[in-house]
Structure formats: C-alpha cells, structure tokens
Design a protein around this ligand. Structure first.
Ligand SMILES: Cc1cc2nc3c(=O)[nH]c(=O)nc-3n(C[C@H](O)[C@H](O)[C@H](O)COP(=O)(O)OP(=O)(O)OC[C@H]3O[C@@H](n4cnc5c(N)ncnc54)[C@H](O)[C@@H]3O)c2cc1C
Length: 396
C-alpha cells in the first residue's frame, strides 16, 4: 500500500489550499472528501476578502499577505478565481446613529468612509433609502469561493497530488500513539501525517478521536449552523456587496462560548438565532442572500422543511426591506456548518496527543487568510520557524 506524506481531511477552502501547498513543496498528498457533490461552507459563502478590516498586529500581517496572494492566485493556479475588488456597502438602519457605527470602525487598517443615505443610494441604486440612516463604504476583495477551491484541487492534481471521495472514519495509530494513516468508509490509507480541515465538523472529528480536551484553550473549536438562499443568474444588477454594518454573528459566536459545558448537551440551542441581512452577486449574475446563524450543539441536526420554509421567509423579508427589487428572485434555501473559535484565531498546528496529527481549521475570514497560512504551514513543516503559526498553535 502507498504511504503518503500527508492526508488532508476535507476539500473546502482550507483543505484544498493546504493540499496544494503541501504538494507544491514536494510532499505526496491525498485529499479526502466525503461528498462527491460539494456541499460545504465554502460553496455557500459570499466570497468576500475584507483586507481593509485588519485591526490587530496578526491580522494586519495576514490580511496584507492574503490580498497580495489573491491578486496573483489565478495566474499561479492557472484557473480563474474571479478575483476582483468592488464597493462594499455596510448598511446602517434608520434607528441607529451612523456616527457611532462609523466610530466603531476607526481601528481598521483602512477605515470605511461614512455615506449619507443619498450617497449610498447613488452608489447602489437598488438600496431602499427609507430603511437607512446612512452607510459605510470601502473597497472589498471578492472571489468565487467554489472556483477557487476547484482551482487549488486542479493545481494540486497537476503536481501529482491525489483526491479520493471517501469519508474519514478514524485515525490508525501505533501503540506509541504515532499516526499511521486513516480508515475510511471504503478502505484504509497509510500516511505519516494527517491534517483535519473539516470545517464545522472538525470539533466532532477531534471528539471522535477521543482527543478533545478542555485543557488547552486552543482545542476549543465550535460551529454554527448557517442558512442562506442561492439564486440562479438573475437580470437584476447589483453594483456592490451589501452587508449590515453591525454584524451580529460575531456576538452570537462569542455568547455561545461562555459556558463550555453547554456544548456537551446534545442538540441544544445555546443562544437564539440571528440574521445578518446581506447579499452578493457573482460574475454570472447569481446571488447569495444571507445569512441566518444558529448555535445547535449537534452538527447532524436536520433543519427540517418547516424550519427551512420559515427561514427562507425570514431571509427574504429582511433583504427586501433593504433591497426591494430582490422580493421575487428565484432561489433555493441551503444550510451548512461554519467553524469558529472563542478568540477568533484559527487552530493551526500539531495536536500533541498523536504524533503526526495536525489541525488547520476554525478561521475568521478564511477566504482571505487561508491562502497565506497554507503557504506558511508548508514552510513550517519543512523546518522554518514561524512567529504567526506559533500564536495559532492548538496548545496556545
Ligand atoms: C453565507 C455565508 C457567507 C460567508 N461569507 C464569507 C466571506 O465573505 N468571506 C470569508 O472569508 N468567509 C465567509 N464565510 C465563511 C466561509 O465560507 C467558511 O468559514 C469556509 O469556507 C470554511 O472552509 P472550510 O474548509 O473550513 O470548511 P468547509 O468548506 O465546510 O469544508 C469542509 C469539508 O470537509 C468535509 N468533511 C467533513 N468531515 C469529513 C470526513 N469525515 N471525511 C471527509 N471529508 C469530510 C466536508 O464535506 C467539507 O467539504 C461565509 C459563510 C457563509 C455560510
């Protein structure tokens, strides 16, 4: 049986970027993905690259590296990621003071400018002025996330990497707790190293390996259930990417991590759901209208058809208040899991319980920072010290 240097679990943006970078430095790599038809957070995401929003030394460095890498990525991967820069409009509802919201963005590397309602409607004529007290604007990077993940996969295959559509079930190890490979729903694969890039499932994969521990903060990886509507190409033309200035998702995530024990209760809703009403249009004219976030402690929960109908109604009613012309666009409701951590920093590095086991998951703004961090990870396993990866270690 072939022995790989690395097995990468999960073919979202994290797994595909990492599999490519590991192959590029000469490792033999197997990318393992459970679904033939992609159905993950990467596919349902807006594709935004908020490089202007860096507000800590670590994000300043990574966001700069991220946008620089994205500007050249299509060329390197020899496939179009649809990278572009467009106007982001951050909406401020009519009952909120725009000056206060504007102030809260001043620590960003490039603080967004404040627009009057008239200026906002000139920039995005589809906006409903009556809904707003003002808006913020800044140039935002944008890619097609699925095409970017596919570009990484194709580039990895071109370099000799491999992909298998099988579900990872368990790690195989020696008696001395050294990783020897993985067992899937079809077979076993042999490998010196395994890296978990399973997005919202990463927490449960660690738990199933019996290594989830509360002893390190870094091990605390969580997930939210996200819901959105994807449309086919529509004739309506949006000039900008529209998001709320006051994002509730981050507050929801923080609130859910205060009491770790609650996450051990199965199928428990820790905090009430939130809706951050936003929309982006891709180059083919299709829209992604988002986003409801829920905290259920079980990933498998079936958000059943009754819920999906009321969720779709909630999403549609909310976006129509901001952009009335989207009232009757065709579209399909979707659900996915999104990983996050309590300190908003990802888990990148070795998991000490098993020699050869690693994690690369739990990112904020992953589409922006995963490409440079995958490069750093590949250099780090080749022996180069990395001051940033040290801060992202699962043992932090
Ligand atoms: C509506 C919405 C908008 C968003 N907008 C943005 C944005 O503008 N910018 C941004 O940076 N981020 C955004 N995000 C977040 C971002 O999309 C995700 O965090 C990111 O794509 C996650 O990538 P991932 O590789 O970690 O996980 P995923 O894309 O979920 O991939 C994980 C993969 O692992 C596979 N897997 C899981 N378990 C196994 C197993 N046992 N065996 C084999 N395979 C397995 C899954 O099938 C899946 O394909 C958005 C998310 C949503 C929902």
């Amino acid at each position: 049986m072939k022995n790989y240097d690395w097995i990468v679990i999960g073919a979202g943006i994290t797994g595909t970027a990492l599999a490519y970078e590991l192959t590029k430095i000469g490792c033999s790599v197997l990318l393992l993905e459970q679904n033939q038809i992609t159905d993950n957070a990467t596919v349902y995401s807006y594709g935004g690259l908020p490089y202007w929003a860096a507000n800590t030394p670590i994000t300043q460095k990574l966001y700069k590296e991220g946008i620089t890498r994205h500007r050249l990525l299509s060329q390197e991967l020899m496939a179009d990621t649809q990278f572009r820069e467009l106007d982001l409009i951050l909406t401020i509802p009519h009952d909120i003071n725009p000056e206060i919201i504007h102030q809260s963005y001043q620590q960003c590397a490039i603080p967004p400018g404040l627009l009057t309602v008239q200026e906002a409607c000139k920039l995005e004529p589809l906006l409903h002025g009556d809904f707003l007290s003002g808006a913020l604007t800044v140039k935002h990077g944008h890619i097609h996330p699925q095409k970017t993940a596919q570009a990484y996969i194709q580039a990895m295959l071109n370099l000799g990497g491999e992909i298998q559509f099988q579900q990872f079930l368990e790690l195989t190890t020696t008696a001395t707790k050294k990783c020897t490979g993985v067992k899937t729903n079809y077979t076993t694969f042999s490998s010196d190293n395994v890296v978990v890039c399973a997005g919202g499932i990463s927490r449960n994969l660690l738990q199933n390996m019996g290594i989830y521990s509360n002893s390190y903060d870094g091990y605390k990886i969580y997930f939210s259930h996200a819901e959105m509507i994807k449309t086919p190409p529509v004739y309506i033309k949006l000039n900008s990417l529209v998001l709320p200035a006051n994002l509730q998702r981050l507050q929801l995530e923080m609130a859910s991590t205060h009491t770790e024990e609650l996450w051990n209760q199965p199928n428990y809703e820790i905090v009430p759901p939130i809706l951050d009403s936003g929309v982006v249009q891709f180059l083919d004219g299709s829209l992604c209208i988002g986003q409801i976030s829920r905290i259920f402690t079980t990933p498998e929960i079936t958000v059943n058809s009754t819920n999906s109908t009321s969720s779709e109604k909630w999403l549609r009613e909310s976006i129509t208040q901001i952009l009335p012309s989207l009232a009757n666009v065709p579209g399909t409701w979707h659900h996915c899991l999104v990983a996050f951590t309590a300190d908003k920093l990802p888990l990148v590095g070795a998991i000490p319980e098993f020699s050869g086991l690693h994690i690369f998951s739990g990112f904020s703004s992953p589409l922006l920072i995963v490409p440079p961090l995958a490069v750093r990870f590949a250099k780090w396993i080749s022996g180069k010290k990395d001051d940033i990866l040290a801060q992202l270690s699962p043992e932090r």
